[in-house]
Design a binder for this molecule. Structure first.
Ligand SMILES: *Cc1c(COP(=O)(O)O)cnc(C)c1O
Length: 375
């Protein structure tokens, strides 16, 4: 038996005809860069998210870097990031000579601990980067309130929760990525809206900022061969846009499958004392990029046992950023990071994808139960 984390092939097979036709159209037209599919996808995604501007780029890491460049953050400026996230979030901060300030996460939502943000702010702080980890929102209402009080930019890292929505206390509902000054996402194949290579996008509601973002993605030029600012070269290629434009139509369906699978996991894994199940926050919908449990003891043994039965599992992420070599000399630790460190040593993500069936989930959960009954 082989139960993988993901089944990209099964997902492709269901939409193969549409995808193959779209790819062949691009090949026939040879518009490989900035072809019509890129603009169509940007405008369809803008409509879907109810975002005024969507600017596609080469990948999610670039999206974060471009956002920080467009906001004119300067070397030495501090940027608040959660210490439990994928390293790309803080990496671009370091790459631009900015200082990542690490703040702990909440142990139930896995997202930045809002109570800790204020004590990490200094005179040099310019921005906060909430990450919507594993498919649900950081507490954006409180983050936006703090940001406005301290005059900080908010850059949402929405690489893992595209399609999820946040509900404000007045009942307003917004798509994640469209709440902060800038939102960023990734279309890496394993993300909830994944292409067949690399891709990313930036969202904003501000026309001046949108124009700067576009310039930064295109060598700092507004008019071809006239370069006003230092930019980079970061494009979504036409083939990827063609794939994404088709997959976007299925995104809500994909999110619903993931959510359904998560509910089945929760039901089947309930009552195992050694496991803490993921929790859904009331202010956010959850699109379950990952289904991540916490295992207080014998994590490695559990993973080895599952592997011996052909069941994949992964640890996202095995080390909090404060303990990563790359960040030790360039970051500042803003608060106690005890939840981040605890999570790094307890989390396990189980197979989660759009093709998961209740039968397969039953096998996975029975093996987990069996492991804990024997150990
Ligand atoms: C995947 C991911 C990124 C980077 O996206 P790429 O397209 O791989 O560059 C950034 N932040 C988070 C939280 C991610 O999960």
């Amino acid at each position: 038996m082989n139960i993988p984390m993901l089944d990209l092939k099964g997902q492709y097979k269901r939409i193969k005809n549409e995808i193959d036709t779209a790819i062949h159209n691009v090949l026939d037209n040879t518009n490989f860069i900035n072809g019509p599919d890129v603009h169509r996808f940007e405008s369809n995604l803008a409509k879907y998210l109810d975002s005024r501007y969507v600017i596609a780029c080469a990948n999610g890491t670039d999206a974060l870097q471009i956002a920080m460049m467009a906001l004119k953050l300067q070397p030495g400026d501090e940027v608040i990031v959660p210490s439990f996230t994928y390293a790309a979030t803080a990496e671009v901060v370091g790459l631009l000579g900015l200082v990542p300030v690490l703040v702990d996460v909440d142990k139930f939502s896995f997202n930045i601990k809002v109570e800790d943000i204020e004590s990490a702010i200094s005179e040099r702080t310019k921005a906060i980067v909430p990450v919507h980890l594993f498919g649900q929102a950081a507490d954006m209402e409180r983050i936006m309130e703090i940001a406005s009080r301290y005059n900080l930019y908010v850059i949402e890292d929405n690489a893992q929760a595209l399609g999820a929505k946040y509900t404000f206390s007045d009942g307003t509902v917004k798509h994640l990525g469209t709440i902060g000054h800038i939102g960023c996402t990734s279309f890496f194949p394993t993300k909830n809206l994944g292409c067949y290579g690399d891709g990313g996008a930036i969202f904003t509601q501000d026309p001046a900022l949108a124009e700067r973002v576009r310039m930064v993605t295109d060598h700092g030029q507004r008019v071809k061969y006239y370069h006003d600012i230092i930019g980079c070269n970061s494009r979504l290629d036409t083939l990827q846009a063609a794939v994404l434009d088709i997959k976007l139509k299925y995104l809500d369906e994909y999110s619903a499958s993931r959510y359904g699978a998560a509910q089945i996991y929760k039901e089947l894994l309930e009552g195992i004392n050694e496991i803490t199940l993921p929790q859904e926050m009331t202010y956010s919908t959850h699109v379950y990029h990952q289904f991540t449990i916490q295992v207080s003891e014998k994590r490695e043994e559990l993973r080895e046992y599952l592997a011996s039965k052909g069941i994949s599992s992964m640890i996202y992420y095995p080390m909090s950023l404060n303990n990563q070599k790359a960040f030790s000399s360039i970051s500042r630790v803003g608060t106690s990071l005890k939840n981040s460190e605890m999570l790094a040593s307890t989390v396990v993500s189980l197979p989660m994808h759009t093709e998961l069936t209740p039968q397969v989930q039953k096998i996975i959960c029975e093996e987990i139960k069996f492991f804990f009954s024997e150990n």
